[in-house]
Design a protein around this ligand. Structure first.
Ligand code: BV8
Length: 241
């Protein structure tokens, strides 16, 4: 059945949507967790234990993201077009810390796991744009103290950002679409069940079935740059979903 044009859509994205832009995923064979343990670089305990190592891990990823060859791909562009042309609301909730959705034109966007191009001061909590390397010697532009700046990224064991706003959107949406995520990390992996409980249509677009594949009413498998533009076109053409 076609989705009515004033329907509300929530899209969850993960690392798979940025894979064809040249950014590695986490759990694929060539993924980030194949070369480094998340316990050593993506927890508050790791940062307390060895801040230099954690800063370097994110410095390398920030440099990679700022490589001119890394650009939004057709999947990011399709979601931005959907937001522009759809009559109802379109909210993208991304687990990704890259800025490819913004650069593709998405505006109604939540970075639930933070942003690689921002730093937060643990002392005054001020968030600052940060595109260079980050070290424990850097001084917070707001409180002028050194040694307190960290990537503005949500680590394991930390509260994801804007959970209230996300919960409201899931309760009110007519369609929940999950793109490029393995469904291993909570609370994001639980969003499909939450949206489904409120009666939303649920669709998964992914290279392969995710850990939560059975929770979706429909799954479309393929490369994001192929399946996402096709799905957006079907929505805009009023096709059955
Ligand atoms: C929380 C930022 C409480 C950092 C990330 C013990 C203590 C505390 C918590 C826990 C605990 N044990 C378990 C938990 C919960 C924990 C968790 O889920 N752990 C897992 C490992 C079991 N979660 C947390 O700690 C979260 N906080 O629970 O706080 C709370 C709970 C509820 C409400 C309030 C508070 C915080 C989790 C956030 C951690 N930070 N990232 C960084 O980026 O460095 S998570 C990290 O994983 C990234 O954000 C990433 O996006 C996310 C999910 O990974 P995916 O995006 O799915 O990537 P993945 O590689 O796994 O999959 C890629 C998929 O794409 C694959 O399916 C692949 O097939 C597909 N694909 C590949 N190429 C393509 C493609 N698809 C299409 N096209 C392609 N070309």
């Amino acid at each position: 059945m076609p989705l009515h044009r004033t329907a509300s859509i929530v899209v969850l994205t993960g690392a798979g949507i940025s894979r064809e832009s040249g950014l590695h995923t986490f759990r694929d064979a060539d993924g980030i967790w194949a070369t480094v343990r998340l316990e050593d670089v993506a927890t508050p305990e790791a940062f307390a234990r060895n801040p230099r190592r954690v800063q370097e891990f994110y410095n390398a990823r920030r440099r990679g993201l700022l490589d001119p060859a890394v650009r939004p791909n057709a999947a990011h562009a399709a979601l931005a077009e959907l937001e522009r042309r759809w009559g109802g609301g379109v909210l993208v909730v991304t687990q990704n810390i890259d800025d490819l959705h913004e650069r593709a034109g998405s505006r109604n966007l939540i970075h639930m796991h933070g942003e690689l191009l921002k730093a937060v001061c643990v002392r005054c909590r001020t968030v600052t744009e940060w595109r260079g390397d980050l070290s424990m010697e850097d001084v917070c532009p707001a409180c002028a103290r050194a040694g307190g700046l960290r990537p503005d990224v949500v680590w394991f064991g930390e509260m994801p950002y804007q959970m209230d706003r996300i919960g409201e959107a899931l309760a009110g949406c007519d369609l929940f679409v999950s793109i490029g995520t393995s469904g291993n990390v909570y609370p994001a992996a639980g969003f499909v069940a939450e949206a489904g409980r409120y009666g939303a249509q649920t669709v998964e677009l992914n290279l392969e079935p995710s850990a939560g594949a059975t929770e979706f009413a429909r799954s479309i498998h393929g490369l994001a740059t192929a399946v996402v533009p096709a799905f957006v076109r079907s929505l805009l053409d009023g096709a059955d979903i």
